[in-house]
Design a protein. Sequence first.
Length: 69
Amino acid sequence: MGKGTGDKAEGKWDEVKGKAKEKYGEVTDNPTKEAEGKVQQVKGEGKQAWGNVKNAGQKVREAKDDVKN
């Protein structure tokens, strides 16, 4: 499992919660909750991207180690 897997999972969870919060805001006609949901989704996307960067870095290190051996 890659080092970024936890970040990616947290990010996905933030996205799901954000979508629910956004939908709740729409249904209850609460623009503040709707906006909070959108922000939380973007935060989740950022965490997932960071997880991808961590995983890519780990793959580079592993490839470098393979070349050394």
